[in-house]
Design a protein around this ligand. Structure first.
Ligand SMILES: [Zn+2]
Length: 161
């Protein structure tokens, strides 16, 4: 396991208390980083990404642990992981993905109270150089562009039900 030097993580920690849950907030104010909002699951861009295209897939219900999920929610979460990976493959053509859960602050969860899966696209030779070296503003520009490129594909999913 690599430890990343990620100064923008500090913003994340400072943000958290003020704004409440980023997932529930993302649903209520139609935040621009929300890519998809279905009946059970949602997909957001990670505001503080480890790589370009880093997404978060979460149940719409504000639950903290896997045991709190209903069966339909689990099935829908995994369906959204599948669809999100499919969209990322089409749009960003990564060579692979890291997909996973951080459960608890000790495991690296930035938002502990609302369960979410990370999808991080990976490219040959990326070795996280961008996230380590790039200025935070460069990344947030990437974020807007990436979000604009990905959103239409999720809108197709939404309209398909
Ligand atoms: Zn929440």
């Amino acid at each position: 396991m690599k430890t990343l030097w990620a100064p923008w993580r500090m913003d994340y920690i400072l943000d958290k208390g003020e704004k409440g849950c980023i997932f529930c907030q993302g649903l209520s104010d139609g935040a621009k980083l929300t890519l998809y909002s279905g009946s059970l699951s949602m997909v957001m861009m990670n505001k503080y990404p480890y790589a370009n295209g880093h997404m978060l897939v979460a149940p719409k219900r504000h639950v903290a642990s896997l045991e709190d999920l209903r069966f339909e929610e689990m099935a829908d979460l995994l369906k959204m992981v599948r669809d999100s990976v499919g969209i990322l493959k089409k749009v960003m053509k990564p060579d692979g993905f890291n997909v996973g859960l951080n459960l608890g602050a000790v495991a690296g969860a930035g938002v502990e109270e609302h369960l979410h899966l990370h999808i991080v696209p990976r490219w040959h030779g990326d070795t996280n150089a961008m996230t380590v070296l790039a200025d935070v503003r460069v990344i947030s520009q990437h974020l807007d562009v990436t979000c604009r490129n990905l959103k239409p594909h999720f809108e197709l999913l939404e309209s398909a039900g």
